[in-house]
Design a binder for this molecule. Structure first.
Ligand code: ADP
Length: 151
């Protein structure tokens, strides 16, 4: 079974994440969207809200599972018997950051990171800018799936 994990903060899930997930679906038998809990980070949306946004978006997609985890992503992969980490690339900054993490993970395990290049129409979307727009009362409906807007 070809299983991948898509780890992230998803604070909140955006149409950029959705684009990567939907395009990765034909490549894997199962994709586990995994919300990493980092105690050093503060989040705008609670873990429960972030989980619900994702679960609602993929309620009709049996190939998608949603989990939360703490600790190293590779340890979580080994626990769930996952061989691939899925990540999205938007720009050179993402590349530099992701390269170091993927190479470190390869040193520590056999887990391969698979990168999908962002789509032209979602490449500018980031959770942090969405949070900024939301915090200041702007309309975020062009950047996030329906499950987030419904909140
Ligand atoms: P993290 O805190 O781990 O970066 P994010 O939730 O911000 O978590 O992102 C998770 C993954 O989604 C990362 O690989 C990130 O590059 C990717 N991603 C986020 N937004 C986009 C986008 N607009 N297009 C493509 N990939 C994206």
């Amino acid at each position: 079974m070809r299983r991948a994990i898509f780890p992230g903060s998803f604070d909140p899930i955006t149409l950029g994440h959705v684009d990567i997930i939907n395009r990765a679906l034909p490549l894997f038998d199962e994709i586990i969207i995994a919300i990493g809990i980092n105690t050093d980070k503060t989040y705008m949306f609670s873990l429960e809200q972030r989980l619900n946004f994702i679960k609602k978006s993929y309620i009709n997609e049996p190939k998608i599972k949603v989990e939360t985890y703490t600790g190293l992503t590779i340890d979580f992969c080994q626990k769930l018997d996952v061989d691939f980490i899925l990540r999205g690339l938007r720009n050179p900054a993402d590349f530099e950051f992701e390269k170091a993490i993927a190479q470190t993970n390869r040193k520590l395990s056999n887990i391969e990171t698979v990168f999908l290049l962002t789509s032209a129409n979602t490449s500018f979307i980031s959770s942090s800018i969405v949070r900024d727009v939301y915090r200041n009362g702007g309309n975020i409906s062009s950047f996030v799936p329906k499950s987030v807007i419904e909140k």
